[in-house]
Design a protein around this ligand. Sequence first.
Ligand code: 7PM
Length: 300
Amino acid sequence: MPASSSEALRSAVKPPDPPSPLAALLAQSRPLVMGIVNVTDDSFSGDGLKGDAAAAIARARAQVEAGADLVDLGAESTRPGAAPVPFQQEIQRLLPVIEALKREAPQVPISVDTRNAATMRAVAVSGAHLINDISALRGEGSLEAAVRSRLPVVLMHMQGEPGSMQQAPQYEDVVREVRDHLAARIAACRAAGIPRHRILLDPGIGFGKTVAHNLSLLRRLDALGALGYPLLVGVSRKSFIGAIAREPEAARRLPGSLAAALWSAQHGAKILRVHDVAETVQALAVWREISDPADAGKTQ
Ligand code: 7PM
């Protein structure tokens, strides 16, 4: 059979997607809280991996208990200025954490923050629910890996590369350029076979942006929401908050992080990516009770 007709046959008999715990969450009207879990490498801890996985699992467990709707696992390959982590090592760090979470908290969707196609393939097989790619699937083989995984994807805007993007970020019109870039990435994903309902967008706060650029994007979050996809926003502890608050220590930026999270929720963010889950859940509960008293109690 020629390749094209066997392809057509395969897609004609493709089984429907299994129900996704993420889809059910996204259907709710309230904003969701995504807890950030770093799966770091502690090479001095003797038997390394075991201890690291245990720490990440404990962190994820605590976030779920604090009310996280989903968790985002990252092996630090995407952090601005960070040395790239080889994908084999990234996979080795992520898999034990994914497996443990699926066992212990099967209702909690697992997102994986990665730019590597091989990592996308591996985590999809081990049961992750969402691919969070700060390069919006521009890496070699990523688009195809995402299509084949049949997982939803977060397309984030980034100008430049993590190592150098903060050196001199420049835009004529940051809101227009971020929106156009995301629209182009949506088009690439749709053309490659990712259905609309599997796409989420993210302005990429802090990724190749000055304080002023970040503020413009948050002010005009509605313009990105107008593209018609759920928005994920990550402001937690970021350096624009440090600049405004004159707080060099990231761990002391919770008040500013909550202010920016609530602003984002008010302006259409569907998922808030945060370090401080319990605090964000409380802030959102109060905000929501005030802004929508008829609805607020229902989802708790
Ligand atoms: C240093 C600077 C360390 C920045 C870590 C970071 C986002 C993300 C990150 C985001 C999505 C952090 C960032 N930020 N993925 N990954 N959106 N989708 O604050 O804003 O965790 S890394």
